[in-house]
Design a binder for this molecule. Sequence first.
Ligand SMILES: [Zn+2]
Ligand SMILES: [Zn+2]
Length: 233
Amino acid sequence: MKNNKTIKEMCFDGRMEERIKKTFNSEGCIICSLLRDDEFELLCKWVGNREKEEFKQRLLITKGFCNHHFFNLEKLCDPLGLTQLEKLLLQEFLREAERTDKEKTEWLIAYRQQQYNLSDKNICPICEVLSRNESEYIRHLTNFLKDRNNMKLYHNSGGLCTPHFIKIYSFLEDKDIKDKLFDIQKRHIRILLEALSGFVNKKDARWKRTEDENKSYIRGLLKLSGREGTKWR
Ligand SMILES: [Zn+2]
Ligand SMILES: [Zn+2]
């Protein structure tokens, strides 16, 4: 990841704390923001290495990426690179369909399970890393918030989207910290609601909207459901 260090190494040398603190200055959810950076790096890595045999073999096992990451990849990949990837996977579909001795419905259900991440095995290679990173970030942020000074910093940050708030809240054990986190979540939502009201109330005088109000409908979406691709489970 950042500077080629794994997340565990970053936690160990304190860089993770530094990275989390920096993310407090970003607009939206802290966890989503960290994952968005990771996701971009992972996509670039796959685009850069798509010709390598080990990357191809990995994709043949997982039947490609999940729908979300296939479309994200399309934004970064050149058409020729994407065509090669599509050819590889579609040819493999035909090869497997010819080779399988399973009943066809059974074979298709197994294929679908892999393609849509319905099983825990062989999930999309980008989702797999992001899910691991997300757990690490949640664990780290939970510990970070146990410090009263850090909680003050969090109070003025972009906070958490609803899916990540629920995950972190359920992870915490101390009642005082949980209550504090809940209060801050409600405060962040009230501030956002004010901006959303401004957006609606000024619909006939759009030029009077503040920049914050203009962006509020996107922030509302991110608050409710997290960044694109966020999983609730
Ligand atoms: Zn989030
Ligand atoms: Zn994915």
